[in-house]
Ligand binder design. Sequence first.
Ligand code: CP
Length: 311
Amino acid sequence: MKKYTNIKDISNLKETIKDAILLKNDPYEFSELGKNKTLVMLFFNSSLRTRLSTEKAAKNLGMDVMILNVNDAWNLEFEDGTIMNVDTSEHIKEAAQVISQYADVIAVRAFPGLVDKEKDQAEFIMNSFVKYATAPLVNMESATAHPLQALTDAITISELSNKAKPKVVLSWAPHPKALPHAVANSFVEMMQNMDVDLTVTHPEGYELSTEITKNTPINHNQEAALKDADFVYVKNWSSYNDYGKILSQDKDWMMTSEKLDNAKFMHCLPVRRNVVVEDAVLDGDNSVVIQQANNRTFAAQIVLKQILENL
Ligand code: CP
C-alpha cells in the first residue's frame, strides 16, 4: 500500500480484513517491521480512539511515534500565492517537506469547517499533504472520509456476522451540533465493497452526496428500514445539500432497544447518550461499540504494516 487516504487504497479488502484479524490474535508478530521507522501523527482536531489506537498499532509494529497537535504549532497557510501578512506563519509547502524528513509515515486528522462546501469537498488539508509531503499519508479522518474507521467497521462486521449476506442499516440520529459526513461516507463506501445488504435511513434533507450513495437504497421510514436488520450503525451528520446545517433534531430518530430488536448496535464513538442512542442500547448485550473501538488498533496496524512493506 502506498498511502491510505481513502478506502480505494485497499487493493484486496477480504485479505486485508483477514490479515487484520490475524494481527489481533498475534499483535507482536511483526514487531521488527517498523524498527527505526517513525510515524508522525498530526492532529488539527480532537481525538481519543484514533490517537491512542494508531499509536498502539505503530508501537505493536516496532515504530517510533511522534504526535503534534497542530494548533500548538505555527498557523499554517494552504493557499498558493498568498501574501502572508495576517494570521498564517508557515506555508504547507515547507511544513510538509520538513515533517517528511522526520517521518517515514505521516498520519493526519483534519475535519471540515462545514461552511465552505467546495473547500471541504476538495480536501484542501489532506490533499496539500499528499501534494507536498514525501512520506506516505494516512487519513485519520478528513473533511469527507474516515477510512480507518470504515476498515474497523468492516473488520467488526466480519467477526460478528453469521450470515453470508447480513442486512446492515446506517441510521441517522439527532445531535445538537453540526457534524461532518466523513464517517457515514466511508461506512457506505466500505459496505458497498462488502457482501452485505445495505440500507441508509435518514429524515428528508439529510441525503449524503449521491457520489457516495450511488445505488444504495435510501428509506426515509426508519422503522421500515430497520426491519430484520442484523447490524444497525447509528450516526449523525449535518445536511449535505443545505451544507452543514441542522435541519432536524427529531428525538424520534434516537435509537432505542425496541427499534434495534435483535440487531447488533454499532457506533464509531464518541456518542451522546440519550440523544443519539438510549442507555439501554449502549448498556445492552447487542452493543458492540467497545469491540468496535478495540478493532481500531488492528485496522491501523494492518494499514501501517502494508505501508511499511512498501517503503
Ligand atoms: N471514532 C473516532 O474516530 O474516535 P475519535 O474521534 O475519538 O478518534
